[in-house]
Design a protein around this ligand. Sequence first.
Ligand SMILES: Nc1ncnc2c1ncn2[C@@H]1O[C@H](COP(=O)(O)OP(=O)(O)OP(=O)(O)O)[C@@H](O)[C@H]1O
Ligand SMILES: [Mg+2]
Length: 304
Amino acid sequence: MSTKNATEWLMSHKRFDAHQLKKIPNRTYSIAITSGKGGVGKTSVSIKMAKVLAEDGYRVLLVDFDTNLSNTAVKLGLPINDNFYDLLSSKKKFEDCIHSDGNFHLLSACNGNLNMLDNEVGLDKIIIDIMGEHEKEYDFILLDCPAGLSKESLSLSAYCDYRFVVVTPDRSSITDSYSLIKILNQKYGVTENHLLLNKVSSNRQYERLVKSLSETVNNFLTCRLQVLGGLSYENQEVDHFDRLLLKDAGSRIHKNILKVIKRFTEKDIGTSFSNQENLVGEETLVPYAPKKLGVDDLEQDVQL
Ligand SMILES: Nc1ncnc2c1ncn2[C@@H]1O[C@H](COP(=O)(O)OP(=O)(O)OP(=O)(O)O)[C@@H](O)[C@H]1O
Ligand SMILES: [Mg+2]
C-alpha cells in the first residue's frame, strides 16, 4: 500500500490534471470577435482575451476563422501551417491540429492555401460541427472572425452565444459595425451584441462613441448593445504593439482588457475572474491624458 495521499497518487498517475478540469461545469460559452471593418483589432483582442482567460484557469479554444489569411499564429510567433485544411479534408485529427499552451488551445487557419479556394462545404457549418464536437473540453470558444460581411461569418457570429463587435473611432469602422449589427438583427434575428471600442484616445471620445452607436442601434434596430468597455490607442511602432499587448502585464492595454473580461465574466456570465492585481485604482474605462496624436478628426462628432 502506498504511503502517498490520494492527490499525490492521482497526480503521479496523471489522472488528475488541472488543465483537464472545466471551470464552468456543464456549459461552454462561444464568443465571435467580429467587426465588419478590417484592421480594427479583432485578432489582437481575440488572442489577448484567450490568453488572459486561460491564465485565469479557464479552458479556452481560439478558432481562427480568417480561414485563408490567418494571423493568430503569426502574432504568437508560431510557425504557420495548413492544419486547418488538413482538418477539413480529414487528413488530421483535431487533436493533431491544435497548438496548446496550458489551458490555451489554438486552431489556426491557413495562409494563401490554394486548396481552400476549392472548398465547397460551408466553413460555417464545419466550424459549428467542430465546436459542437469539442465543447465539453472548453469553458470558452473564441472565434476570431475575418473582416467583411460574408454569409459564413455572419451565420457563425449569429450562432455564437455572444458577439463582441470591435469598433475603432473612425467613421468607416462605426458605419461598418452598424451594418453588421443591422444584418445580424434583420436577417438572423440577433437581438444583443457586445460593444468593445478599440484604439480609443480619450474618455470623452469613448463616451461620445458609445452614446452615438448605442442610440443609433436603439432607435433603428430591435436589438441592444451591451457595452464592454474601451481599449486605449497605443501609439507604438507597429511591430511593438503585439509585444506590448502580449508580454507587458503592466501596460494600460493589459489593464483595459482585464477590466473588460472581469465585467463580462462576472456581469454577463456570472462566473469568477480572479486576475485583478492590476485593476486597483483604475476607475476609468480608458485612462485620461491621451497623447496628442494629430488625429483631431477623431474628436469630431460622428453621425451615422
Ligand atoms: N489598441 C491599439 N493601439 C494601437 N494599435 C493597435 C491597437 N489594437 C490593434 N492595433 C494594431 O492594429 C493593427 C490591426 O490589428 P489586428 O490584426 O488585431 O486587427 P484585425 O481586426 O484582426 O484585422 P483584420 O480585419 O485584417 O483581420 C495591428 O497592427 C495591431 O497591432
Ligand atoms: Mg484579424
